[in-house]
Design a protein. Sequence first.
Length: 138
Amino acid sequence: MVTLYKSEFAKHEFDESTSTLFTTWLPETENMTAALFKSEMQEWLNAFCDCSPKYLYDACNEFLYPITPDEQIWMAHLLNPEFVLRGLKKYAHMVPADMITEMSVDQLFGEYFAMNLPNQYPIINFAKRQDALDWLYS
């Protein structure tokens, strides 16, 4: 696995053998500001574009930054078109522990689907890593 980006908030690693981008969000996300959140989203997009993976494994179990409704819309418009354009096939999302954050993420995915982009990939929430990987590669 190759590390594409690492900060105090996130790590993005690419596994070429499975064409999977593994994104891991860290508990320090609780201390992010709005500006840092946007910067981290741009870095995520950069990592994604660097490898154009078929699969995305997004470990948000410890993601603690509450994404506001305006940020959800901004994020959906930043990431989703590029994810679709570059051929993402499946997005496995590991459910965050914090319920407020989870609610904002569910609302965010609603923004993705509301865009009605052709070739929209499925996004499924998982609690267990192995279940997510089994689904990604099935």
